[in-house]
Design a protein. Sequence first.
Length: 157
Amino acid sequence: MVESQDKQIVDILSTVFDPEVPVLNIVEMGIVRGAEIDDSGVVHVALVPTYTGCPAMNAIEVLARKVIREAGYDRCEVHTLYHEVWTTDWMTDEAREKLREYGIAPPRYSGEKSAEPACPYCGSVDTTLTSRFGSTACKSLHFCNGCVQPFEHFKCH
């Protein structure tokens, strides 16, 4: 969800995909917190990293500037906000479903009880944590005892 927004700019930013989770764009992930054009025509984009030190943020900032410029805007300032803490609750339902279809168990909402994630392949909740870290720091590795498949889970924040 974007706090202050220019729909056209948000639509442009929705073409930027997370390098670590390439099935999700930065808008549906909830990373884009503001997108507007000021009176002098400068595009301002506000981003919140999924966690401090996320290695994908630099690439996301570069890609955001690139797509804005390619859309015909000469000046774009990307502001990375560290005073806000990103939460998986900002992810859209569509993003969660895309994760599941991609083979990554989506995060729970903050109010949901903590439990092992359901397998994205068969839906079984008979799963076991294998490693607190998967291919990236924002994911953990699990094993499904139902379909005997390993899978990653997008960690809740």
